[in-house]
Design a protein around this ligand. Structure first.
Ligand SMILES: [Zn+2]
Length: 393
């Protein structure tokens, strides 16, 4: 039994952590709201049509080139509108000593992320309007198929091509940690291709770890901010958690869920587009790319509505990976201390309010993860039991 006061002392959040997380949430909501207003305004004032006409003119009436110019102008306007809030986000991280990134480095990152988004955005838009023109009846289902292929290719290439644009990665040299992962993997009868050191400290003081990639690019990445400040046992607990995601095939399962939602999204986009043409008389044809903001509006609204469900699903996966880690390591104590360290280092709320966790959090609250580990220690944490549980895995 624990005294109530003792629990409170361990799990209470500082006013600083509360304030920081509250402002961050408002920033997220503000950014989302601004995006909706932007899309609404350019759709309902007819500015989207003006932008389309201008793109046609500048592209000498070439359809593909005008789609690209339109996407470029739309994204540029969106970026310029939102950059103030993003800069405020950087200032916030600095104010709470969570970031040491210089403004010039941040600007360079913003430029790179704009270019990456532009490449993706224009590829998706070109594919979309190509299918619409080829098959106005079934475009949404064909586009969904193409989107899935793109999605799988990107999941595979992201660790090799996308992440290195923003951070340096290198194979982990630490022999002790590599051995620990090999032992964990062997016991699980599985294999992760590698562990990589993620040079996060150049930009952030927060710690993080993740399982990324697909197939041959599957790897665990560990931030240097974690490697430098956590004990080998604590890092092993984090590795075991990431391995849990791998063993439970969480990336693949999430992709299936995402595929289902995207199919519904494309269907809904087709439905709304037909309404906009036939009922509201906003556009003449499906292939009029001035309707792109409407498609973005449909997908943003859908992801907003589904956010609590997606986060609940993610929290379910996180709990599963945690339980895997409890079974895989000798003692859950390093897991508990790593969680507490993470909360302090990242200024995370250990005990967010229920609705905040329900709506915003992709991970269970730290207090709950620690409580689950404590419960495990009391009930099932005997070494002989964990060995038995692990046996047939
Ligand atoms: Zn996780």
């Amino acid at each position: 039994m624990r005294f109530a006061g003792e629990t409170a002392a361990v799990t209470a959040d500082t006013p600083e952590a509360r304030r920081y997380n509250r402002v961050r949430r408002w920033l997220e909501v503000g950014d989302f709201g601004l995006g909706l207003v932007f899309l609404g305004v350019i759709l309902f004032t007819g500015w989207s049509g003006v932008l389309r006409d201008w793109s046609y003119w500048a592209a000498f009436q070439n359809y593909q080139l005008s789609v690209f110019l339109y996407v470029f102008l739309l994204m540029l306007a969106g970026k310029l509108l939102g950059i103030g809030l993003e800069y405020y986000g950087l200032r916030l991280e600095r104010r709470y000593q969570l970031s040491n990134q210089k403004t010039s480095s941040w600007l360079w990152d913003e430029t790179k992320s704009f270019l990456v988004a532009l490449i993706f955005g224009s590829v998706v838009a070109e594919l979309l309007y190509f299918t619409i023109r080829q098959s106005p009846e079934h475009w949404w289902i064909i586009a969904w198929g193409l989107f899935l292929v793109l999605f799988v290719v990107m999941a595979q290439l992201a660790p090799l091509v996308l992440f290195p644009i923003f951070y340096k990665f290198e194979p982990l040299e630490n022999e002790d940690l590599k051995q620990r992962l090999v032992r964990l993997s062997d016991r699980a009868g599985t294999q992760v291709r590698g562990i990589y050191k993620w040079h996060l400290s150049e930009k952030s003081k927060k710690a993080n770890a993740a399982l990324t990639g697909l197939g041959a690019t599957r790897r665990i990445i560990l931030a240097d901010t974690l490697l430098d400040h956590y004990s080998p046992e604590e890092i092993e607990a984090v590795l075991a958690h990431e391995l849990g995601h791998h063993v439970h095939r969480h990336i693949l399962k999430s992709m299936f869920v995402q595929a289902g939602i995207t199919l519904f999204g494309f269907w809904a986009a087709n439905f709304v587009l037909h309404m906009a043409i036939e009922q509201w008389h906003m556009f003449d044809t499906l292939s009029d790319f001035a309707n792109l903001p409407l498609l973005v509006l449909v997908s943003t609204t859908l992801s907003f509505v589904l956010m609590p469900a997606m986060n609940a699903y993610s929290r379910f996966n996180e709990r599963q990976a945690d339980r895997y880690a409890f079974r895989a390591v000798k003692s859950v104590q390093p897991f508990i201390s790593s969680m507490n360290k993470l909360a302090t280092q990242n200024l995370a709320e250990r005990t967010p309010s229920r609705w905040v966790e329900w709506f915003f959090h992709s991970h269970p609250a730290i207090s709950r993860r620690v409580a689950a580990a404590e419960a495990w220690k009391l009930q099932d944490g005997q070494p002989e039991v964990s060995a038995r549980v692990l046996g047939p895995v």
